[in-house]
Write a protein that binds this ligand. Structure first.
Ligand SMILES: O=C[C@H](O)COP(=O)(O)O
Length: 324
């Protein structure tokens, strides 16, 4: 999976210090995105398949075992059932689609990598993403947080989902956040880094914008909303602030940073809303897995149900479905 790399840049507070966010405008835009059907009905199957390719298929549970992690990996390699593939008349390329990655705890990285490798070429192409740095709270000393990254990379993770230091962020110590994330980026080596902001714990949209900018300056390849463990996870209001920070960072540096909403995204309809938000705010390029991922444990099952519905309905074959 070719994910863009962000080399980062020096810490520069002028990029975010005076940021003002018009709360009612952002709320109105989020409500509009959620209520508008911007994907025509006959194109929805194609959009659902696009969404599948953007899923970081996730299990982050205390009772994860090699059995359920291996099952998850098999699903990531063949996310759409054979009956649906046949009924939708999918061509070979369409039928070979996979999820964007699997996402697991560091202890399960080795198991996941081996299970994917056993799925042949298709499985070998799927990255293992590991949460790290004391996920979900990050309330451990920096040294073990960094070591956790290195260990996950050694075990085969090629993407690392780090959590930022909310204690620093809430105290306005943005340089402290930047310095830690720079060290995390270095610990990742060649692995791509997704920075989880835990937006539900940052207190304000201004803080969310600042955290987004600081993480991108520190070299985050993706910024991610939530761990999925906070009381409030991915919301469209938060997403708008984050994707606009991505746009600002691109304008400033020419570097494209990806976006990953995560936590509570469970329905095929949600997936369409997120994809249309990305297309509208950042353009078509940001609707593909190298720049867009959805962190989700249950979304795929609903998309499959929806695809089954399309397959048994009277929609045209997939290859005749433009994505509009
Ligand atoms: O990053 C992924 C999230 O932890 C998944 O959250 P979810 O179980 O609500 O889909």
């Amino acid at each position: 999976m070719d994910v863009h790399g962000n080399p980062g840049r020096d810490y520069d507070e002028t990029c975010f210090k005076d940021i003002k966010i018009n709360l009612s405008a952002v709320k109105a835009k989020a409500a509009e995105v959620a209520s508008r059907r911007s994907v025509k009905k006959q194109w929805q199957a194609a959009w659902q398949l696009r969404a599948v390719t953007c899923i970081d298929l996730t299990t982050l549970a205390g009772d994860d075992t090699p059995v359920n992690v291996s099952r998850l990996c098999a699903k990531a390699a063949h996310p759409v059932g054979k009956d649906i593939v046949k009924m939708l008349n999918m061509n070979e390329k369409e039928a070979g689609l996979t999820t964007g990655a699997v996402c697991v705890y560091p202890n399960q990285v080795k198991v996941a990598r081996e299970a994917l490798d056993k799925c042949g070429e298709v499985g070998r192409s799927i990255p293992v993403a590991s949460v790290a740095t004391g996920f979900p709270c990050g309330q451990t000393p920096l040294a073990p947080r960094l070591e956790e990254i290195r260990s996950a990379v050694r075990d085969g993770a090629s993407e690392i989902d780090i959590v930022i230091n909310r204690t620093y962020a809430l105290a306005g110590n943005w340089k402290g956040v930047y310095d830690e994330v720079c060290q995390m980026k270095a610990a990742c080596g060649n692995a791509h880094m997704k920075a989880i902001l835990a937006t539900g714990e940052l207190g304000s949209l201004r803080n969310i914008y600042k955290a987004s900018m600081v993480c991108m300056m520190a070299g985050a390849d993706f910024i991610k909303t939530s761990t999925g463990k906070e009381g409030v996870n991915a919301t469209l209001v938060v997403a708008l602030v984050m994707v606009r920070s991505i746009r600002d960072y691109f304008a400033l540096t020419g570097v494209k940073v990806g976006f990953k909403p995560a936590g509570g995204i469970r329905t095929a309809k949600d997936a369409c809303v997120w994809l249309s938000l990305m297309k509208e705010e950042l353009g078509e390029e940001w609707t593909k897995p190298n720049l867009f991922r959805i962190g989700a444990s249950a979304l795929l099952a609903d998309i499959e149900r929806q695809l089954y519905h399309y397959a048994t309905g009277c929609y045209p074959a997939l290859s005749q479905m433009p994505m509009g």
